[in-house]
Design a binder for this molecule. Structure first.
Ligand code: APR
Length: 312
């Protein structure tokens, strides 16, 4: 491989810090961890701490903590976690106003300083924030993605592994739609070691797993009380970044720009995409039955309602 990639992490909070750690452990490249001036000590401290971890494990990458966009300039990958997390009792949509203001600042800086980056948004409400990012930057559709499907699918897989007492590795699953409580776990497309999930679990058990997956983010918010999930969200965004950096061409669910696929146009929503060195190399449209189509449309209606409130 040629020179090291530059990974710009915007937001150095709970998810941002874990993104920096995982980027180092997977040796994705040199990391720049950016946050606002009020959080300078936080990002400089996390950078120093992780660089010292690199000395323990012998990694050749470096993390820089900064409050200056100039240090982020020229990043090959940008992952955005700048924004407020939920507190108990809040929906992701309740974050729209405050996080849109932050996204306007972040997106215009990404546009100026990292015009060629592959950009993954993690901030919530996910599908509306990635839409705002796309519109503000004016970036090409293959450059912009939202992270939600990998996380939602991971939650689903974990609950299945627990219910069946099987290895999580053998579970294939897919969760489509918006990153909200009406996301669509596709049971018909889920298998355990190739065996359809519907043959292994009874309907009531499956329904319970679907319900817990849909409310998976809220379950963590209720436990943490001061914020939302961060380990699995960070790992999910890193899986996407890794596929780009190493041109793995993985097929992962993510919020991509739809241009008529699934009957949806000019909105971002969770669908299977292929991620490689070209960014979003393909949006995959799979055949859904009528019930699945109806569920996806319901999820889209929620996404659209929030996006319609995005004033740029
Ligand atoms: N530019 C850069 N960073 C910012 C900005 C900004 N304009 N505004 C706020 N931040 C930073 C905060 O200073 C904070 O350090 O974003 C960071 C957010 O970190 P946390 O509060 O720990 O939130 P986290 O758990 O990481 O979640 C971030 O991802 O999953 C979503 O819903 C979640 O929207 C939330 C986001």
């Amino acid at each position: 491989m040629g020179s090291k990639q530059k990974i710009g992490l915007i937001g150095g909070g709970q998810i941002g810090g874990n993104l920096a750690l995982l980027s180092m452990q997977k040796q994705l490249g040199d990391v720049v961890l950016y946050d606002i001036p009020a959080a300078e000590g936080l990002v400089k401290g996390k950078a120093l701490d992780i660089n010292q971890l690199a000395a323990v494990d012998g990694y050749d990458c470096r993390v820089t903590g900064t409050t200056d966009w100039k240090d982020v300039a020229g990043s090959d990958v940008v992952i955005i976690t700048a924004g407020m997390p939920r507190k108990p009792g809040m929906t992701r949509e309740d974050l729209l106003e405050v996080n849109l203001k932050i996204m306007k600042d972040v997106a215009s800086n990404v546009k100026t300083h990292c015009p060629n980056a592959f950009v993954i948004n993690v901030a919530n409400p996910l599908d509306a924030m990635v839409y705002a990012l796309f519109k503000i930057t004016g970036f090409k559709k293959h450059q912009v993605l939202g992270m939600a499907g990998v996380l939602d699918t991971a939650r689903f897989k974990f609950f299945v592994a627990e219910a069946l007492n099987v290895s999580i590795r053998d579970i294939e699953a897919l969760v489509l739609g918006g990153h909200g409580d009406d996301m669509v776990p596709l049971l018909r497309h889920s298998t355990v070691g190739g065996v359809p999930l519907t043959e292994l679990l009874r309907k009531d058990a499956l329904d319970a797993i679907v319900d817990r997956t849909r409310k998976g983010g809220g379950e963590l918010v209720a436990l943490y009380k001061t914020g939302s999930a961060y380990f699995a969200p960070a790992a999910s965004a890193i899986a996407m970044a890794e596929s780009f950096v190493f041109d793995r061409k993985r097929v992962l669910p993510a919020a991509a720009l739809l241009e008529g696929q699934y009957g949806i146009k000019d909105f971002f929503m969770g669908v299977p995409v292929q991620i490689g060195a070209g960014g979003v190399e393909k949006v995959i449209e799979l055949q859904l039955n009528d019930a699945e189509k109806a569920e996806l449309q319901k999820s889209f209606a929620s996404v659209k309602k929030t996006v319609d409130e995005v004033k740029l």
